[in-house]
Ligand binder design. Sequence first.
Ligand code: ZN
Length: 96
Amino acid sequence: MAYCRKCGEVIDDEAVICPKCGVQQKEYKKASDDDGSILWLLLGLLIPIAGLILWIMWKDDKPKSARMAGIGFLVNIILWIVGVAAMFSLVGLYMH
Ligand SMILES: [Zn+2]
């Protein structure tokens, strides 16, 4: 449940315009940007630095999307560490 930011009328969560006073609900629009889309996770996975920057930039304004970007970044880092560890252990196998 949401409230009109001008007249305080109870409006639908998905209402873009208050049916009573006709004022556009900017708070809703801002919240709708924070979709927590899986795309942010993929972005963080493909471009970890972008994921890290978005995570820091959005952690207050868009916590859901920021978390997804952050998860993408962390998964990338974990995969990278695992990959390097696997590579070193393979090199170790060949060396001995
Ligand atoms: Zn209103």
